[in-house]
Design a protein around this ligand. Sequence first.
Ligand SMILES: Cc1cc2nc3c(=O)[nH]c(=O)nc-3n(C[C@H](O)[C@H](O)[C@H](O)COP(=O)(O)OP(=O)(O)OC[C@H]3O[C@@H](n4cnc5c(N)ncnc54)[C@H](O)[C@@H]3O)c2cc1C
Ligand SMILES: *[C@@H]1O[C@H](CO)[C@@H](O)[C@H](O)[C@H]1NC(C)=O
Ligand SMILES: *[C@@H]1O[C@H](CO)[C@@H](O)[C@H](O)[C@H]1NC(C)=O
Ligand SMILES: *[C@@H]1O[C@H](CO)[C@@H](O)[C@H](O)[C@H]1NC(C)=O
Ligand SMILES: *[C@@H]1O[C@H](CO)[C@@H](O)[C@H](O)[C@H]1NC(C)=O
Ligand SMILES: *[C@@H]1O[C@H](CO)[C@@H](O)[C@H](O)[C@H]1NC(C)=O
Ligand SMILES: *[C@@H]1O[C@H](CO)[C@@H](O)[C@H](O)[C@H]1NC(C)=O
Ligand SMILES: *[C@@H]1O[C@H](CO)[C@@H](O)[C@H](O)[C@H]1NC(C)=O
Ligand SMILES: *[C@@H]1O[C@H](CO)[C@@H](O)[C@H](O)[C@H]1NC(C)=O
Ligand SMILES: *[C@@H]1O[C@H](CO)[C@@H](O)[C@H](O)[C@H]1NC(C)=O
Ligand SMILES: *[C@@H]1O[C@H](CO)[C@@H](O)[C@H](O)[C@H]1NC(C)=O
Length: 627
Amino acid sequence: MGRRSPRCSSAVFWLTALLAGSSQASPILTAPDLIRLVESKLNGLPSKVVSLFLPESSQPPAGSTSRCKVYPGDANWPSDETWAKLNDVLDGRLLTKPEPQASVCYNGPLYDAEKCANITATWSRSYDHFGDPIEMMSPVAQGMTCLPPNVFDTHNCSRGGFPMYVINATEPKHVQLGVNFARNTGVRLVVKNTGHDFLGKSGGKDALSIWTHHFKSLEYIEDYVDENVGYSGPAFKAGTGVQAFEIYKAAGEKGRTVVGGEGETVGIFGGYIQGGGHSPLTSLYGTGADQVLSYDVVTAAGDFVTANSTSYSDLFWALRGGGGSTFGVVTSVTVKAHPDCTTTASRFSFNSSTIGNETFWAGIRAYVDYFIPNADAGTYSYFTIIPNVWTGVIQFNMSPFFAPNKTLAQTTTLLQPWLTRLGDLGIKVDPNITEFSNFYDAWRSSFPLEVVEKINATTASRLFPRTNFETEEKRDELLDNLRQSTENNRVQVHFNIKAVDPANADNAVNPAWRPNILFAQQAVRWPANGTASEILKIRQEFQTSDMQRWRDISPGAGGYLAEADRLEPNFGQSFWGSNYPRLLRLKAKWDPHDVFFATTSVGSERWKVESIDGLPNENGKLCRVEQ
Ligand SMILES: Cc1cc2nc3c(=O)[nH]c(=O)nc-3n(C[C@H](O)[C@H](O)[C@H](O)COP(=O)(O)OP(=O)(O)OC[C@H]3O[C@@H](n4cnc5c(N)ncnc54)[C@H](O)[C@@H]3O)c2cc1C
Ligand SMILES: *[C@@H]1O[C@H](CO)[C@@H](O)[C@H](O)[C@H]1NC(C)=O
Ligand SMILES: *[C@@H]1O[C@H](CO)[C@@H](O)[C@H](O)[C@H]1NC(C)=O
Ligand SMILES: *[C@@H]1O[C@H](CO)[C@@H](O)[C@H](O)[C@H]1NC(C)=O
Ligand SMILES: *[C@@H]1O[C@H](CO)[C@@H](O)[C@H](O)[C@H]1NC(C)=O
Ligand SMILES: *[C@@H]1O[C@H](CO)[C@@H](O)[C@H](O)[C@H]1NC(C)=O
Ligand SMILES: *[C@@H]1O[C@H](CO)[C@@H](O)[C@H](O)[C@H]1NC(C)=O
Ligand SMILES: *[C@@H]1O[C@H](CO)[C@@H](O)[C@H](O)[C@H]1NC(C)=O
Ligand SMILES: *[C@@H]1O[C@H](CO)[C@@H](O)[C@H](O)[C@H]1NC(C)=O
Ligand SMILES: *[C@@H]1O[C@H](CO)[C@@H](O)[C@H](O)[C@H]1NC(C)=O
Ligand SMILES: *[C@@H]1O[C@H](CO)[C@@H](O)[C@H](O)[C@H]1NC(C)=O
């Protein structure tokens, strides 16, 4: 690279070009197409079978009154022949019982000691999992039924919360056929992109999964105009399988940036963007969902539609913040592209070992004084506070302080007051403030590859608003609460960001993001070998103690639905605030039969996974909650 980028404010024009994939019209099915396809593939079959693939009729779908979704052993469970027909209409794209990755570690036909050793060695890296048809990066949500024994010995390998059938979709029609089949049979449907979701919302026992990972097209649009959303400028149209490392690279090559997460492998155009999505660029441009100009989506009725400001505009509103796996399956997303710019980053750390706890916390307290000015300056900081139970040492990591559109000098000026106070306290740090000529190089150099597949932890989150930082007293109160969490052995991960939306997009993003100054996460850990009831008790007490303290000092605020705990109480208010009633109405309109479900999604109160061990995971049947 080495090219020096202009400031974020100046416009650069590049020729429209195709980056990857192709721009061919997406093969989709209208109702008559679908009937023709099914008839040609299923010639001579009884109409009862043919009807399983057709769009919604006036008939209520199968299972619309039964207590649970349809499962193996139920009279309505499709026969093997019927599943084979689904594979036929999909031109062979149906995967039957894909094996869990760790099955190579257990007795059976797939046992392979060397493969097992290999996957064990890199098990905590997302690169080894995102391309798998079923793997979820949260084994806790999967039900812990098949892990490499040296990670956690599950004694044998069973499917647990993994789905049974997977559609390896590459065209909208594959999605349409899958949605129709699930709706018409009553089989549980799940949608999987990368499997990053903290709550494991891409899985479900004995479900049919639509796997969106191979929607990889990416197109640069030089001038996208939509007066209704007040945007005229460059855009990218991305297939929903495009990931952070791909879009950032492609954007950089065009002299652009796109709002996406910090994590390298996150699926930016699947769960991330529909759920809101925070970014190293959020303090400048708002959330991921605020960038969306248009979605292509398959609805619960099996229709393929474009949702934008003039077409299916209510669906467009809901899909920008309302969460994944709720209103439809998105196949592509068009987002704003911003000018690339000089970006400065700084990474450093300190710990309590030589300075002691009081000085350590005084250093953190000094930092809290700068949260408002740092967010208002458009910066993003990502820091952790981690207690070591064995040594009693507390570790602070700034990884990184990230300043898009700021030079080395500007960033140094911004950090100096806090660094001076750290020096006065006797806390030595080497901030190593580094300027990069563009966003991509800064991002690549500054962020850690996070550990995934944790076996004994769950994270919960809170969006602390500006009011928590406006007075000395409020800042003291916040610090006391972070400290209390450390003393209770919580691992904390924080983002000092704001998510104002310069374009004032009207969408379903949690209104609690708008006044946010500190997006705070804390994780509870438990003995991995604990019994189900011990683990449940620890998880419940985490919500009633540490999380409740955080809620008590931020009344009316919320949490972030994609980095949250399945046990978040009153999740509708927490994840969507005042938008929740409208989202519930739109769920009833666009998915009246609950074809789509994910734990803690809009309308999910009506259902519950009846897990085998009673823990909050996907290893059980999805059934209605008695009302
Ligand atoms: C290492 C790591 C780093 C992260 N960094 C960030 C970050 O910087 N900022 C941030 O905001 N979040 C971050 N997250 C959280 C991330 O946003 C969520 O995990 C998000 O759900 C990922 O979306 P996905 O599509 O990749 O994952 P999946 O787990 O595959 O899907 C998530 C949810 O979206 C649904 N879904 C996926 N694709 C579609 C689709 N095409 N149509 C309909 N529904 C769909 C799924 O059914 C599921 O409910 C991070 C997570 C991890 C594990
Ligand atoms: C980037 O910085 C320049 C100069 O300080 C400023 O004029 C511009 O508004 C900034 N861009 C954004 C998107 O904040
Ligand atoms: C295991 O990893 C090594 C080193 O990367 C590689 O050479 C070998 O082929 C792998 N073995 C299997 C069975 O995947
Ligand atoms: C797998 O292991 C679990 C726990 O040890 C046990 O309850 C279950 O019966 C085993 N299943 C099989 C198929 O062996
Ligand atoms: C899924 O489809 C893609 C694209 O056709 C193909 O490259 C990949 O091998 C398929 N994956 C599986 C597991 O079948
Ligand atoms: C929205 O999508 C429809 C259907 O593709 C299209 O006709 C219309 O022009 C789009 N609206 C805007 C504002 O781009
Ligand atoms: C803790 O800080 C001390 C003093 O700066 C340093 O020597 C030590 O390496 C640090 N320990 C860890 C685990 O970072
Ligand atoms: C400072 O940061 C740069 C960029 O991330 C890195 O290449 C360099 O190794 C760092 N230097 C030190 C001493 O940590
Ligand atoms: C410092 O705090 C940690 C974390 O709460 C605790 O484990 C440790 O005992 C404390 N150290 C001292 C000397 O009080
Ligand atoms: C939690 O799991 C980690 C490994 O993932 C392990 O190091 C730690 O000891 C476990 N904690 C408990 C309390 O079991
Ligand atoms: C879990 O492991 C610890 C340490 O090995 C042991 O003391 C404890 O009894 C085990 N608990 C259970 C439920 O097996």
